[in-house]
Design a protein around this ligand. Structure first.
Ligand code: ATP
Ligand code: MG
Length: 471
């Protein structure tokens, strides 16, 4: 239909040309007026063309790719000729409508037609660059009485839907910083909140927080706050902090920017790196307590330790002279990081998450973790029975077992991390042996319980003896 209308358009253009020639020899205002009316009567349609590339541009127009995605998802089943491509993951086929094909779409009861066109032009080779010899575009045709509806509503819907599909299907990346640049690999971590071992209520709370944040653009705009949210994940090693970050990225379909602060030489470079982070991303700073000058206490502790060492071994101190930390360590400061989080970062558009992790919450400077900067503090702790049940389901596809009661009792009396539990549940043979796995876990838990009891005894003995000494 659209193609026929297109052809009709070219016929009309030819007629217009003949008419222009005619008018040159027989000028007459009346005839001109009526000719325009006639033209509009016969061709009451509007056509809009969306080129793949702009003039002199080497990047595809974003609207072209958005339309391509929209059409391949919504209308490809109408076309008889399709082009097959693999997606960026090389995993599934993406079908787009082939050159010259026409598809019909409908919006609020109005019919419109899209044509995918290829126009072959003569090759022009300039000294500096080669002009592509074929040009592609999408042509949209609709009745002129729907002009406002299509231009104002339909087109913006096509673009937003196309963009949304692109985000959903795009390949996500894990970025790491080297010098002042980010380099990336494919982010393919399988962790999800479903497989994360954590108490169900706590998990639900985190998921709801993340989802409502990702949908709250209007809310943040209304209250005049930058659309960003900070999370602090804390807990002993092996309790799932890094796993939770992967689950967050998979839930929101964000890219991950893993910022290694020890590789950042100063605040200027930090700013440069952070400015390159786009929206829909999670910026991660792991083990913030180990990141140099970021913790007031840590610095003090270091100084105290150095002073102690000095007292014990003055010779060692002499050897250290000239071996100052200055050259080796990063000059990134806590205030530099905080200024950035509060200042420039807030000025950039789009949603951003920043996640800090630490094993030692108490070591962190209060300025870093105050609410508003780190909006949510999430503790990941030792394995509870509820967390164990998630792991048993993941690793052994098990909902219940006669050893579960014993395990529940032992977990209450010992401190083991989900990482330790997971290690015992890992099948050691090609055929998963549930009984052996659970028994080995029970043994490990009993040992941990004994050790915990011994430790408690030693501690109480120490307390008693120090109290006696004081007496
Ligand atoms: N809560 C959990 N749910 C599921 N798996 C977990 C959990 N905690 C730990 N694991 C398992 O243990 C491994 C280590 O966990 P992870 O790297 O997330 O710990 P972490 O808290 O980041 O430790 P660290 O403080 O040392 O960085 C993971 O690969 C995962 O298989
Ligand atoms: Mg970790």
């Amino acid at each position: 239909m659209g193609e026929t209308l297109g052809n009709l358009g070219s016929v009309m253009a030819t007629l217009m040309f003949i008419w222009a020639m005619f008018r040159q020899y027989f000028p007459c205002d009346h005839i001109e007026k009526y000719s325009h009316r006639l033209m509009k009567f016969f061709y009451p349609h509007i056509q809009i063309t969306f080129d793949e590339y702009g003039r002199g541009h080497f990047m595809r127009h974003e609207f072209y790719t958005a339309i391509e995605t929209y059409l391949s998802f919504n209308t490809a089943d109408q076309a008889n000729r399709l082009k097959a491509n693999t997606d960026k993951n090389n995993r599934s086929l993406v079908l787009t409508i082939d050159d010259g094909e026409e598809v019909e779409d409908e919006f609020e009861g109005v019919k419109l037609w899209w044509t995918s066109r290829k126009i072959t032009a003569e090759t022009q080779t300039s000294r500096f660059y080669e002009q592509p010899d074929e040009k592609r575009d999408y042509r949209l045709t609709f009745h002129k009485k729907h002009r406002d509806l299509i231009i104002k509503k339909y087109l913006s819907q096509v673009l937003t839907q196309g963009e949304a599909i692109k985000v959903r299907t795009r390949q996500r990346k894990l970025y790491t910083n080297s010098w002042s640049m980010w380099s990336h690999v494919v982010f393919d971590h399988p962790a999800t909140f479903q497989t994360l071992a954590m108490e169900a209520d706590k998990k639900r709370e985190v998921i709801e927080d993340l989802v409502s944040f990702s949908k709250a653009e209007d809310f943040y705009a209304r209250i005049g706050k930058a659309w960003k949210r900070g999370y602090l994940l804390y807990g002993p090693p092996g309790t799932g902090k890094s796993t939770m970050i992967a689950a967050m990225a998979n839930l929101l379909l964000y890219d991950v920017y893993d910022l290694e602060l020890t590789a950042v030489s100063d605040n200027t470079m930090l700013r440069k790196l952070l400015m390159q982070i786009p929206s829909k991303s999670i910026t991660v700073i792991e083990d913030i307590d180990c990141s140099l000058n970021l913790t007031g206490q840590r610095k003090k502790m270091k100084e105290n330790k150095a002073a102690e060492e000095e007292e014990k071994e003055p010779i060692k101190k002499q050897a250290k002279v000239g071996d100052s930390d200055e050259g080796k360590t990063s000059k990134v400061t806590l205030s530099g990081l905080l200024n950035f989080i509060d200042g420039l970062w807030s000025a950039s558009k789009g949603e951003r998450l920043i996640v800090f992790t630490t094993n030692y919450m108490e070591k962190l400077d209060p300025a870093l973790i105050r609410r508003g900067r780190m909006d949510k503090h999430i503790e990941l702790s030792y394995c509870s029975f509820e967390s164990f049940k998630v792991l048993a389901k993941n690793y052994l596809e098990l909902d219940s077992h006669h050893l579960f009661d014993t395990i529940e009792g032992l977990l209450g009396e010992s401190k083991v991390t989900p990482a330790d539990v997971a290690e015992h549940l890992m099948p050691k043979t090609s055929v998963a042996d549930v009984e052996t796995s659970l028994k080995s876990l029970v043994q490990a838990l009993e040992m941990a319980k004994e050790q915990a009891m011994l430790k408690a005894k030693e501690e109480s003995k120490e307390k008693e003896s120090s109290a006696r000494e004081e007496d």
